[in-house]
Structures are given as structure tokens and as C-alpha cells.
Design a protein around this ligand. Structure first.
Ligand SMILES: [Zn+2]
Ligand SMILES: [Zn+2]
Length: 190
């Protein structure tokens, strides 16, 4: 069975070098759906609590929200950095508070202080799914990610490793010692 959560992301990007309107800077409200798979945890009668999926995913994904996403070779990048620097907002601003921790993967680097994500590949809906799976695959047992942005949509299914030990009281994954990091439940020794 699957627990499914959905959230909105507002972002600006462009397809650098693409022969079409999308080569111009523009914005979207994108909708991402993440499906987490496992057996039903009988204690709480759910696969995984959706609010916990949200919390885990949003910690990473808020770096894409109200952000500019540019490919690493896009000449707009140095231009934008120059303007932000001149304006004194490149390295953060007191009102820039909705930030997740900075990250760097093969596919993307987040600069939360500048609300900027630099990507290796063009940030299409397909490209975004690859980036997000890479960021969350070790934190959530993801079976499917779907991303819709304007008239574009893509989805991808992934292999899962089911029967993860979860807390029978609050539903989240137990740590390596069989202890719930949220409520302190301890798995009885066999
Ligand atoms: Zn677009
Ligand atoms: Zn618990």
C-alpha cells in the first residue's frame, strides 16, 4: 500500500538553449506528489504518516520554493549573482527565512541564502523528479514521484525496500537501535 502526499512549489526557471518560449525566464506553480510504499503498519494502520513525509520532503524542497533554478552553464547565472550582490541580498536577508539546509548533489546545488538552485541538467519536470529522488531516496521509501508544472507533467516509479521497522505508536521509522526518534518507543528484543 502507499501513503501519498502532495505539495505546491513556486519557482522560476528557463530552458537555456531550448528552441521555444521556455528559453525565456518564466515562473510556475508546480505540484509534486510523492508516494511512499510499504506494508501497512498495524499499530497505527497506515503505511507512513503523511505529515511526516511532508516534513521530511519539505525540509529539502523548500529550497526550490520561491527560488530561481538555473543550469550551471546559463549565462544568466553570473548576471543574477551580480545583481543580488550589488543589492546586498546574495548572502541572505533577514526576511529570507523559509530556507532548508543547503545541499549539493551530482545533479543540483542549493544556495538557500540567495534562493537559488543551480542544476547540472535543464530543470524540466523530468529533471526535477531525478533531483528530488536523489535527495530523498535515503530518507523516504519512495515508490513514485509525479511532478506537474503548467501543461508539463512527468512521473517515475522506483523500487522500494519494504517492511521497514516503524513505530506502532506514531508510525515513523525506528532508528538502528529499534528506538522511535519521535516518541521514544523501543522495539521489544526478540
Ligand atoms: Zn517552465
Ligand atoms: Zn513513535
Amino acid at each position: 500500500m502507499r501513503s501519498i502526499t502532495t505539495f505546491d512549489l513556486q519557482y522560476a526557471h528557463r530552458f537555456y538553449g531550448f528552441k521555444g518560449e521556455a528559453q525565456y525566464l518564466h515562473g510556475h506553480t508546480g505540484v509534486m506528489t510523492i508516494e511512499v510504499e510499504d506494508t501497512v503498519n498495524e499499530g497505527v494502520n497506515m503505511v507512513f504518516p503523511c505529515n511526516e513525509i511532508r516534513k521530511t520532503a519539505w525540509n529539502v524542497l523548500q529550497n526550490f520554493d520561491h527560488a530561481l533554478i538555473l543550469r550551471e552553464d546559463d549565462p544568466l547565472l553570473p548576471a543574477i549573482l551580480g545583481v543580488y550582490e550589488k543589492q546586498g541580498i546574495l548572502n541572505g536577508h533577514p526576511q529570507n527565512t523559509m530556507k532548508g539546509p543547503a545541499f549539493k548533489t551530482e545533479l543540483a546545488t542549493a544556495y538557500p541564502d540567495a534562493r537559488l538552485v543551480v542544476t547540472k541538467e535543464t530543470m524540466t519536470v523530468e529533471g526535477f523528479i531525478k533531483i528530488v529522488y536523489d535527495l530523498l531516496k535515503d530518507k523516504l521509501n519512495i515508490a513514485k514521484i509525479k511532478f506537474t508544472s503548467g501543461v508539463n507533467a512527468a512521473s517515475m516509479e522506483f523500487d522500494t525496500h519494504n517492511n521497514i521497522d516503524r513505530c506502532p505508536l506514531c508510525g515513523i521509522s525506528l532508528d538502528d537501535n529499534g528506538v522511535c526518534p519521535k516518541c521514544g518507543y523501543r522495539k521489544p528484543k526478540p
